[in-house]
Design a protein around this ligand. Structure first.
Ligand code: DC
Length: 224
């Protein structure tokens, strides 16, 4: 049996990480892991339980106590809380506003790192986030950093109906004390400005096919 492989994809908001990571996972038949969704799930849970997200101790306690299960459904990892998967709720404006506070709590980041590493039980992974190559799987050889110009990223967000100050968000993500966004050492840089998802994901897929040992097939990704 082949050893599982982790492709770490990091980058700022609206850089095209999710779109590219999903396409790469599909092409290589790896399991896709959206780590932002895991932080969003905790932010949603805190609001449900009226936990003060400005209070790092209260957030850390909630994270220690919540009852979660990690599953792999149709080639994607998901975190359920008390058996529920809050797929839509984690994308609301409220959750988006709360999540940065939750993601800045060091004990939360330790918990998430542990859970994210547990995903290896599902097989080879394409994991996207802000600290995957630098902190969660620093040992992986397959690190990618995706970016696009601030102007293009702002336009993408606006096209989704979200008007957000991305320069401010970039600054928050890169300057927080715990596992800040950074370009991991040795990462393959992909600039998605002016590129279609097929073009940019194609660069990553091509690079991976070049680097993966010949005849290597991924362990089967989960189907249920
Ligand atoms: O990618 P996203 O917008 O869904 O991420 C939600 C938040 O979680 C965002 O504030 C950055 C943070 N995050 C993080 O700190 N580390 C990760 N590995 C993934 C997301």
């Amino acid at each position: 049996m082949n050893k599982s492989i982790v492709i770490a994809i990091d980058g700022p908001s609206a850089s095209g990480k999710s779109t590219n990571a999903k396409l790469v996972a599909k092409a290589l038949e790896f399991v896709y892991v959206d780590t932002g969704a895991m932080y969003r799930t905790l932010a949603w849970y805190c609001r449900q339980k009226a936990v003060d997200i400005q209070d790092p101790k209260a957030v850390a306690t909630a994270c220690k106590r919540w009852k979660t299960t990690l599953q792999c459904i149709d080639g994607q990892a998901r975190l359920t809380v008390d058996g529920y998967y809050p797929e839509k709720e984690i994308r609301t404006k409220e959750t988006s506003a709360d999540v940065a506070h939750v993601a800045a709590v060091p004990k939360v980041r330790d918990w998430m790192k542990h859970k994210q590493r547990e995903c290896l039980a599902f097989g080879s992974l394409v994991m996207e986030g802000r600290d995957i190559g630098s902190n969660v799987f620093p040992e992986t050889e397959f690190k990618f950093y995706i970016d696009a110009s601030l102007d293009e990223r702002s336009k993408r967000r606006a096209a989704e109906g979200v008007h957000e100050n991305l320069a401010e968000r970039d600054q928050r993500d890169s300057q927080r004390a715990a596992a800040p966004l950074m370009i991991p050492l040795g990462a393959f840089f992909v600039n998605t400005s002016g590129q279609t998802p097929a073009q940019s994901s194609g660069l990553i897929i091509e690079e991976m096919r070049r680097r993966l040992p010949q005849n290597r097939s991924a362990p089967p990704a989960c189907t249920t």
